[in-house]
Structure formats: structure tokens, C-alpha cells
Design a protein around this ligand. Structure first.
Ligand SMILES: Cc1cc2nc3c(=O)[nH]c(=O)nc-3n(C[C@H](O)[C@H](O)[C@H](O)COP(=O)(O)OP(=O)(O)OC[C@H]3O[C@@H](n4cnc5c(N)ncnc54)[C@H](O)[C@@H]3O)c2cc1C
Length: 388
């Protein structure tokens, strides 16, 4: 007797009607609106304000913000699809949307009071870019060694310190700032604060001159005697480490999405190019040596995509996803580097110039192994899960 089929699981890459609609909308927007501006934004090291306005209009800056707060009311997997599609065209735009949705909005959704959600999530969905200020000059991988201080004055707090590497800092209207209320307590002193851009004493400092994702602003954030009220603590005093860990655990799946989008974008350009470019009287795509390289890249991207989609779908279904998220980020950032590098090889000398987008994608790929936890930190997480 044939076994009864109790139920089948759809493949990870099979999208629901709503997911497909999002993907198509973002793909058309990225192709029509971002692609023509991408190289100029990279050269100017500046995000086009018109693009940021369009991201808000399309509902891409508050993907998981509930509809009653003016957001799109969708899920984490949709954020991943959006970041992938944007990064296929421009990973600098991809990371702006990624930071907004997967760490800033997420921290508020998980840890914000009803009052904070009503005040900030509505703005984040409508017109306010958010930034996430954890790292400092002396604390990167060892994030909880941060030195920014928060002192209680009356019922409020006074913040002093300098943050480094803060993505979206130039555009942001809201900063989630991590500070310690008691350095002697180590990670148990870390507290997250919601700080509006126009708060006295807060200023955006030096902007980094970077190798890649140059249109994405990465700046120092200076806090000098910044006074905030008690209502600006996000979550509990001394529980900021939880806010950071939980948002970054999830956020790094978004970086995985940025990297698979980037790799797919580079491969798409290359497939078009090898069809057209002729050497030895034939298109270079007709040589088996070239075809095999294309096949290997497509296979690696598909494997990375499955890791990213699986981690995101595990997250949305409430399953443990920590190791899978670390694997997704680790692997997809390596794939993005390998693929972008090989794509330049297949473009030959032209790939080494700014005439084609693969040169930019190659530069953009490098950051994937660094931010939201370096590759070594991802390996540490994976090994910890295996050896515990
Ligand atoms: C473009 C860009 C944007 C960023 N955006 C943000 C942002 O928006 N908000 C924010 O808070 N931060 C941001 N960051 C900071 C980023 O998260 C850190 O750069 C990252 O965590 C690494 O820290 P680090 O640069 O201090 O390197 P370090 O921690 O000094 O690491 C240097 C090297 O040592 C290795 N290493 C360190 N410790 C260990 C260990 N225990 N075992 C093995 N190897 C180890 C690392 O893997 C790495 O290879 C951004 C960084 C960049 C480059």
C-alpha cells in the first residue's frame, strides 16, 4: 500500500502571493529608480534624498511596523526579500533599509513600551530614518566593553561618549544608543536609550571614507552631556545587552540577504556580458571554461540563499534560528566576495573599471564579513552551539 502523504512543505524559495508582490515591486523600483543613480551616489558618497523619500512612500522603511501604527504590517521574511532585491542593484541602499527594519524597528517592536511604539514606530514608518549606535573605537567584536556612560540625574539620564561606525547617521532622526550605567557591572550595566537627533549635546561627527557601500553614511556619533528623560530608556536599565544580542542575532540574517542580493546582481551583469563579449570569433559565454564558472557561482548563490531564507523562515515561525543565522551570514558574505571577484575576472579589463557595476559590487562585498559580527564571531557562535 502506498504511504499516505500527510502534508508537504513548500520549498524555501516558493513565495506566497504577497511575498511575490513585494519582490516584484521592489525589483521594478530598484531597476527603474536606484540603478540609474547608483554610480553617482557611490562617487558622491551620498544617498539621494529622493530615493530615501521613495523608500518611505513604498512602505519599505516600516515593513514589520503594524498597520495601525502606519507601517506595512508584514513579516521578517519580507524584510529579507526587500533587502535582497535592493542590494541586487545597490547594497548601500540595501543596508539603509536593513538597519532601519531589522535592528532599529525590531528593537522597538521587541522592547518598546506602548508609548514608545506609538511615538517612534509611526515616525520610522512615515519619514524618520533610524540608526543603531553600539560600536565604539575600543569596542567592536567585544561590544559590551563599551565606554559610553549614562549617569542618572534626577529621574532622567545624562549620556557622554563617542560611538563609531554608525550606519545611517547622516540621515537619521532617531538613534538607539547603548551606554553603561555602571562600568563595574560589565555587560549587566549596558542600557539602550532612544535619542532624538535634535537632542542638545548629540552631534554626528566624522564620516568614514570607505572602500564600499560608499553612499551609505557611516559616521562617528558624539554625545556630550546629552540629557534624556526616563521615558527614553528602551527596555530595562541594565538589560541593554539583551536588546543588542536579540536584535543582532536576527539582524545578521538581513546582512546575509544583502550579500545574496549583491552576488545575484553581479552574476546577472556577468551573464549578460559573457553573452555579448566576443573573443576568438565567438561569445565568451560559449566557452566551457566560462560556463563552468557561471554554473559554480549560481550554485553557491543558491546555497547561500537557502541558508538565508531558512534562517528567516525559522525566525518567523518561532523556531530557534541562532546557529542558522550565523551560518547564513558567514557563508553568504564569503560567497558574495568570491562571486564578485570572479565576475570581475569574466569582465576582463573592463571589470576593473568603473564603466560596469561589478567593480562597485566587488568593493561593496567586503563589508559583509565585518559588520554585525565578523566572520570569526559567526564561527564562534556556530561552534558554541555545537559544543555546548
Ligand atoms: C561600514 C560599517 C558599518 C557599520 N555600521 C555599524 C552600525 O550601524 N552600528 C554599530 O554599532 N556598529 C557598526 N559597525 C561596526 C561593526 O559592527 C564592527 O566594525 C565589527 O563588529 C567589528 O569590530 P571592530 O571593527 O572593532 O573589529 P575588531 O573587533 O577589532 O576585530 C578585528 C579582527 O579581530 C578578530 N577578532 C576579534 N576578537 C576575536 C576573537 N575573540 N576571536 C577571533 N577573532 C577575533 C575579528 O574577527 C577581526 O577579524 C559598522 C562597521 C562598518 C565597517
Amino acid at each position: 500500500m502506498a504511504p499516505t502523504l500527510i502534508g508537504t512543505h513548500p520549498a524555501l524559495t516558493v513565495l506566497s502571493e504577497q511575498e511575490r508582490m513585494f519582490q516584484e515591486t521592489v525589483r521594478s523600483f530598484a531597476t527603474a529608480e536606484i540603478a540609474p543613480k547608483s554610480m553617482a551616489m557611490d562617487a558622491a558618497q551620498a544617498m539621494d534624498p529622493g530615493i530615501v523619500a521613495q523608500l518611505f512612500e513604498l512602505g519599505l522603511m516600516g515593513i514589520e511596523v503594524p498597520e495601525y501604527l502606519g507601517g506595512t504590517g508584514s513579516d521578517f521574511f519580507t524584510s529579507v526579500l526587500v533587502v535582497e532585491e535592493l542590494s541586487r542593484v545597490d547594497p548601500a541602499v540595501g543596508v539603509l533599509v536593513d538597519v532601519q527594519n531589522t535592528v532599529v524597528v525590531k528593537a522597538l517592536l521587541y522592547w518598546g513600551s506602548d508609548e514608545q511604539k506609538a511615538r517612534y514606530l509611526t515616525r520610522l514608518a512615515r519619514d524618520t530614518v533610524g540608526a543603531y549606535a553600539l560600536s565604539e573605537a575600543g569596542s567592536g567584536s567585544d561590544a559590551f566593553a563599551l565606554a559610553t556612560r549614562a549617569r542618572q540625574v534626577g529621574d532622567g539620564w545624562v549620556l557622554d561618549g563617542r560611538k563609531l561606525w554608525i550606519s545611517n547617521a547622516m540621515e537619521a532622526g532617531l538613534f538607539i544608543v547603548f551606554a553603561t550605567v555602571s562600568p563595574q557591572d560589565g555587560y549587566r550595566g549596558i542600557t539602550a536609550f532612544l535619542v532624538d537627533k535634535d537632542t542638545d549635546g548629540l552631534s554626528v561627527g566624522r564620516k568614514e571614507d570607505k572602500l564600499g557601500i560608499r553612499a551609505s553614511s557611516t559616521c562617528e556619533l558624539v554625545l556630550e552631556n546629552v540629557r534624556v528623560g526616563p521615558g527614553q530608556v528602551l527596555g530595562e536599565v541594565g538589560k541593554g545587552y539583551k536588546v543588542a544580542i536579540e536584535t543582532l542575532n536576527e539582524g545578521r540574517i538581513g546582512i546575509g540577504a544583502q550579500m545574496i542580493g549583491l552576488a545575484q546582481g553581479a552574476l546577472d551583469h556577468t551573464v549578460r556580458y559573457v553573452r555579448e563579449r566576443e573573443q576568438f570569433g565567438r561569445s565568451i559565454g560559449s566557452f566551457q571554461g566560462v560556463q563552468f564558472q557561471i554554473a559554480e557561482m549560481a550554485t553557491e548563490i543558491e546555497a547561500a540563499r537557502l541558508l538565508v531564507y531558512n534562517a528567516a523562515r525559522l525566525k518567523d515561525s518561532g523556531e530557534p534560528f541562532l546557529a542558522q543565522a550565523a551560518m547564513a551570514k558567514l557563508y553568504s558574505s564569503e560567497v558574495a566576495q568570491r562571486v564578485a571577484s570572479r565576475c570581475i575576472d569574466l569582465f576582463g579589463g573592463y571589470g576593473f573599471t568603473r564603466d560596469y557595476p561589478v567593480e562597485k559590487l566587488y568593493r561593496d562585498a567586503k563589508v559583509g564579513t565585518i559588520y554585525e559580527g565578523t566572520s570569526n564571531m559567526q564561527k564562534q557562535t556556530i561552534a558554541k552551539m555545537l559544543l555546548k
